[in-house]
Design a protein around this ligand. Structure first.
Ligand SMILES: CC(C)(COP(=O)(O)OP(=O)(O)OC[C@H]1O[C@@H](n2cnc3c(N)ncnc32)[C@H](O)[C@@H]1OP(=O)(O)O)[C@@H](O)C(=O)NCCC(=O)NCCS
Length: 144
């Protein structure tokens, strides 16, 4: 398993994994806009030449936000999501963030459990935040 930062050439593979992971995936254009924004840092895991896990964090001053994270279905529950979160928190710290935020669907128990276990706490809800009407929980962790 090889862990590394995103490169532009990875965006097509990440867009394909987004489609496997989400009903409302980021497309190539959305990924490229973030990737090229200058305030975005992406980490991925590669195995046998294929991307198996990926995540990205945006940093604005002392606050970072996890913008996306996903693990290919057959590779889940083996620590890859935790490894990507480690990387994103380290990238956020390295670029000056003291607090990291994320948002998650209220029904997404695997992700909620991953975040709770890593010390994130819910700070507020966004009612009917997603296009299908589901609420989001916004979670935060201090990067001390
Ligand atoms: C959420 C996601 C990234 C987790 O990735 P993962 O590689 O399976 O996570 P890990 O193996 O590192 O799991 C770490 C911990 O999270 C929790 N967890 C993860 N998946 C879980 C599940 N299906 N059920 C219960 N707990 C789960 C557990 O506490 C787990 O630790 P354990 O395996 O020692 O019990 C993955 O399920 C995924 O890609 N889901 C689809 C995309 C998505 O929902 N992204 C998050 C958007 S907010």
């Amino acid at each position: 398993m090889n862990g590394r930062l995103w490169q532009y050439a990875d965006l097509s593979g990440i867009a394909a994994l987004e489609c496997d992971c989400f009903s409302d995936p980021w497309n190539h254009r959305m990924l490229a806009e973030s990737f090229l924004s200058g305030a975005f840092y992406g980490s991925l895991l590669e195995e046998d030449g294929a991307i198996t896990a990926y995540g990205g964090v945006g940093v604005a001053g002392e606050v970072a936000e996890v913008q996306l994270i996903g693990v290919a279905e057959m590779y889940r529950r083996c620590g890859r999501g935790g490894k990507i979160m480690d990387d994103l928190e380290a990238l956020a710290r390295e670029h000056g963030a003291k607090r990291i935020l994320l948002e998650v669907r209220v029904s997404n128990s695997p992700a909620l459990l991953l975040y709770l276990r890593r010390g994130y706490g819910g700070i507020f809800a966004r009612t009917r935040y997603y296009a299908d009407g589901e609420d989001a929980v916004v979670m935060a962790k201090e990067l001390v």
